[in-house]
Design a protein around this ligand. Structure first.
Ligand code: KG4
Ligand code: ZN
Length: 329
């Protein structure tokens, strides 16, 4: 069964053709990053306009790369939240029009669930439950217990900035481009050693995160308001180390407290190699991490999550609406 996965929640126009929720026949991502980089972050109105222009060419390319005709598509899965309202609307309306014209089922997918299901793309095994998921992206830092397909319990979340947002903000403080995550990772790799240890937030709820104090600390160092004056690379490395340590410590703790049999790491920040290797090194259970290109936003993950919903009969009608504030668990 071939599913089309459509993703437009932020600044990538992405469409994939995926067979049986696992095999990627094509996965086309048209990134708007250059457009937004000049403003230092995503400009919602520009994102919507770019999505409108990119939808048809991206669909054509996704079908061509999959050697498929549009009539070969068996169902249309689309992100309906969370994300930017205008951006989500473009993808959702496009998906509805396609599903209606082709008389195929429409499936609304939670973007965060898409990040999770990216973990089983191109793998033969099935998830082991309960699984502990760490979803870290530009908009979310969630610790979620996945008790079965579609069954989630949110154990922790960020109380302020998301991990990716912290990378993006600190990158700006260090005069680096947007998106900040890859730029910080590159700069940090140039440091001989991290500067002195930066703080880790202590929070009431054991699996919650906070990154705004860390960001303020970096800001004070950059402005010369602290005693230390490390190199930019050493500061980037110390920042990355602090974020990675917080994420890994809490995910590992949550996994052992909940008896999880594996940890799934996903979302754009999961492309970070320091995070990937620290989690693999410290986790007491197997860690499943998609390859970096499937960690950042893409259509294949939406088709993968959509397939699960489809086979359990959860299709949507044309009244399906966007849910910009949708959560998981
Ligand atoms: O999942 P994603 O592509 O979009 C959202 O759903 O938000 O995540 C984008 C976020 C950005 O904040 C970006 O800076 C971060 O993921 N990111 C990284 C890396 N690659 C992307 N953060 C740290 N290290 C990376 N290598
Ligand atoms: Zn995402």
């Amino acid at each position: 069964m071939k599913l089309l996965g459509i993703e437009t929640s932020c600044d990538e126009t992405a469409i994939a053709v995926v067979s049986d929720g696992k095999r990627i026949l094509s996965n086309v991502v048209s990134s708007q990053v250059k457009l937004h980089a000049q403003y230092g972050g995503v400009v919602p109105e520009l994102a919507s306009r770019e999505h409108v222009q990119a939808m048809v060419p991206v669909l054509d390319e996704a079908l061509r790369a999959a050697s498929a005709e549009v009539e070969d598509i068996d169902a249309v899965a689309v992100t309906h939240g969370p994300g930017l309202a205008g951006a989500l609307l473009v993808g959702l309306n496009f998906a509805k029009a396609l599903a209606f014209a082709l008389s195929r089922p429409l499936i609304g997918v939670n973007h965060l669930e898409g990040h999770l299901y990216a973990a089983w793309l191109e793998r033969d095994d099935e998830p082991g439950f309960p699984a502990l998921a760490l979803i870290v992206s530009g908009g979310h830092s969630d610790v979620v217990l996945m008790e079965g397909h579609g069954q989630y319990r949110r154990l922790g979340e960020t109380v302020d900035d998301a991990a990716g947002e912290a990378f993006d903000k600190v990158a700006r403080l260090l005069g680096l481009g947007f998106p900040g995550g890859p730029a910080i990772e590159r700069l940090a790799s140039e440091a001989a050693a991290p500067s002195s240890r930066l703080p880790r937030a202590r929070l009431e709820r054991p699996y919650d995160f906070s990154f705004s104090g860390l960001k303020t600390k970096v800001q004070r160092i950059v402005r010369g308001e602290e005693d230390e004056a490390p190199s930019r690379a050493a500061l980037a490395a110390a920042f990355q180390e602090s974020v990675v340590d917080s994420l890994v410590t809490k995910a590992v703790q949550a996994a052992s407290d909940s008896g999880a049999c594996e940890i799934i790491l996903s979302g754009g920040v999961a492309a970070n190699s320091a995070l990937r290797s620290a989690l693999a090194g410290r986790s007491p259970v197997p860690v499943i991490v998609p390859p970096p290109a499937l960690c950042t936003d893409n259509g294949a993950m939406i088709a993968a999550a959509g397939y699960r919903r489809l086979i359990s009969g959860e299709t949507a009608g044309l009244e399906l609406d966007i849910e910009p504030g949708l959560r998981i668990g």
